[in-house]
Design a protein. Sequence first.
Lengths: 317, 281
Amino acid sequence: MDSAEQSKRELEDIERQVRHLEKAAGENQDARRQLQTLQEQIEALRRQVTTHLGPWQRTELARHPQRPYTLDYIERIFADWSEIHGDRGFSDDPAIVCGMAKFHGEDVAVIGTQKGRDAKQRVYRNFGMPNPEGYRKALRVMRIAEKFRRPIFTLVDTPGAYPGLGAEERGQAEAIAHNLREMARLRVPIVATITGEGGSGGALAIAVADRVLMMENSIYSVISPEGCASIMWRDASKRELAAAAMKITAEDLSQFRLVDEVVPEPPGGAQNDWDAAARMLDERLQANLAQLKAKSPEELAAQRYDKFRGIAQAFTE
Amino acid sequence: MTWFKRQSGDLEPSGEKKVRTEGLWVKCEDCRQIIWKKDLDANLNVCPKCQHHFRVDARTRLAQLLDDGEYTTDDLKLASTDPLKFTDLKKYSDRLTKTRKDTGLKDAIVNARGKLNGQPVIVSSMEYAFIGGSMGSVVGEAITRAVERATDLRIPLLIVSASGGARMMEGVISLMQLAKISAALARMDDARVPYISILTDPTTGGTTASFAMLGDLNIAEPGALIGFAGPRVIEQTIRQKLPGGFQRSEFLLEHGMLDAVVHRKDLKNYIARALEFMMPN
Ligand SMILES: [Zn+2]
């Protein structure tokens, strides 16, 4: 058993004890003190567990059902959220939410993929997998933001664009492609954050940004580990191997300079403390926006071009 | 494999009159009829009997599109560094070595310059035989260079897609090529230099979801498989069989996703007509 796995077991054991003690403790000072000590141990172990996580364990955290989703972050980081619906062509896609909001007093646009928390919501949000209308709505709102010179924040947590019949009929590929090209030349600051799953083109379609951040336990991949495993190993259960081979963790992508920054999460992961996770993200969003606001629209567009022109160069000639 | 190859193999034990007939005939994948290879070549690799469009390799494509089959090439030395040191059941580096030997190319793309009905054009032609025409850092870089070259020289660009999408073995590096090429296309669009996207069988995944759908005109050959998700993935997701003709060129045309479906024999003239419309007199 590796050290991370061992820490995880220990952690689960202590967490059980704590739950037991909490019930029993009441006003007993001695029990309270014991509880305090155990909670400190939990923090330390959580830290240990997350610093030693492998790519598959990160994937599981990125998909954790208790992880904060886009609307949870919006609620904590932004004020005066006012949603904007619909693509003006076909429908409103609940898998992407868009709106106006205040960010520390400043008007901004926020766009994010949205997963559902319970069974009903999950279906309503299509498991966070957008249809073409979602991407078209997102671009429509980005254009409004550009027109009125408002910065754009995007939050990305999607398994990918929806691979459905209607999605193909209505041009899933065209919708994504269009966003990639148009985002590259928008004349306002864009900060994208991969908060959970960054599922391939379906994620990139709202992540062509001046700054691309990844939460510590998020992943970003060209295909899901399961998809890669079933194609390359002809066996979907080889997903752990695929996750490792594709280099999908925030740490990996940061080393390859494919993302700009890794945003730390509270001990054990964002699912343990939504408020803290939001605070930590908020701080990095503020810092990045401040830097981008100092640039002219021309500078912004030029530097965004150079950024995507210069990354992911892995060839000789 | 061809029908005739097996036949000739059966005849071999007789040991006499060993006529090398292998490769002289092919069976049409669509109408199942036997065609003289020579007839097929003379007909731009389109079945003379049922008009089924066979896949053609990158260089044959260039020869078919460009005047007198003449062109010069660019960027052919670009080669992947296998940045992730990727291994599945095989090493990616071994796959590269083998497919380079098989295709005579360093990667799944040939950049070229030539003339189309007298009009200078820059062409990026994808090679499906090279790891499914998948797009990693080399294909991304080559296409981006073609876009930038076309923009700088104000020469129209044609990209002939034949690709399964982003190359898994280069992970997110492959994904980022979508953004890189699309950004270059935004500049080309701003500069009002024409770009015609030609989608051939098959064009799927990240290729469709980036440059293949961003032409001033997006045109396809008949019967080509074109889509974002692969048919198998969709079937697994929706748990039902897909209707016949789903994700074929004609289906996309019907749904408003293509500007035209053009027979291979008409492709040159269609493009020439479009470029006449797009280029200043
Ligand atoms: Zn035929």
